[in-house]
Design a protein around this ligand. Sequence first.
Ligand code: BGC
Ligand code: ZN
Length: 370
Amino acid sequence: MRAVVVVPSEKKVQVLEHPEPELRAPSQVKVRILDVGVCGTDREIASFQYGTPPQGSDYLVIGHESLGEVVEVGAAVDGLAVGDLVVPTVRRPCPQGCPACRVGRQDFCFTGDFTERGIGGAHGFMTELVVDEAAVLKRLDPALREVGVLVEPLTIAEKAFKQVWDVQDRLPWFDPNAAETARGLDHKAVVFGAGPVGLLGAMALVLRGFETWVYSLERPPHPKAAITEAIGAHYVSAAEHDMDALAEQVGRIDLVYEATGAVRPTFALLERLGQNGVFVLTGVPGHGKPSELDLHKLMRNMVLKNQLVLGTVNANAEAFAAAARDLAEFHRRWPAALAQVISGRHALEAAPALLEQGGDGIKQVVRIAD
Ligand code: BGC
Ligand code: ZN
């Protein structure tokens, strides 16, 4: 079968013939891949700055944001049937079985020896068929066929916001009597960056009752601004308004969800975080020169305003379940805006060029099968 691979030793990204996988245990499931999303991590892998093939292979099948259809189930599999729409998680436990991996929380692996399908040490999903344990597959509502590939990037927000609720239990942040969906009360969130992670995070925040601002470079009219307005959030272009203007518009910033990986502006925004605020970092910057920061101001703020900075990576089964639920709700509330997050669909043969050059727009998706 065909697979899109990177060959680090030859610095090549290409379509190869890759052996078809077979069920090796009764707990496994075979999945026909339908869609695979491309993100910044994939582009780094395709430029050989990140990513490692599995042991013994000189290439890595790329792709970690996927959507598939079950085509075969092992005898011991419960709760999944042929024809089900599913999304696999990305990270697999470390061989040492650290305390986190042992309980299925490899998103908090202590050793760093986990593998990630399509990223490090394990083949990914940009191919025709894959086999995995039933336990790592999240079933989706069949109505999500066109947008289900967005589950994985949404899990980043789901894991982040679960932690935000947990840590903000340190203070009376929410009205305990308010309904779950209106818990934000008059809370204000800024999403920094309007890529797929940012826009999906903004949808999740609006759903939770936050008044939400999306701060990103593009000048409106732009699809990113249109999507933001369509979900009831405010779009502010960084090309038109500096951070002081943003902070003045928002007032007290209770939560920042960073989705840019841009270091200097991120810390400039941290200087503007409000009383008791939480600042969530999700972008992964490359290596750069040391930067000048107003460390006195940052430390003074963090202490005197009870602030918290939280970094978060990857996601667990619970976050995938939450993403599947929230994506269905986004699809019900804002079908057009959600569909617009996917700005291009490409054939498998076009994937190497897409990975090397990058596409414009928001989320680019490789369609493997209909
Ligand atoms: C993926 C995560 C992964 C991270 C670091 C992200 O693009 O969504 O699953 O943990 O890259 O490799
Ligand atoms: Zn990704």
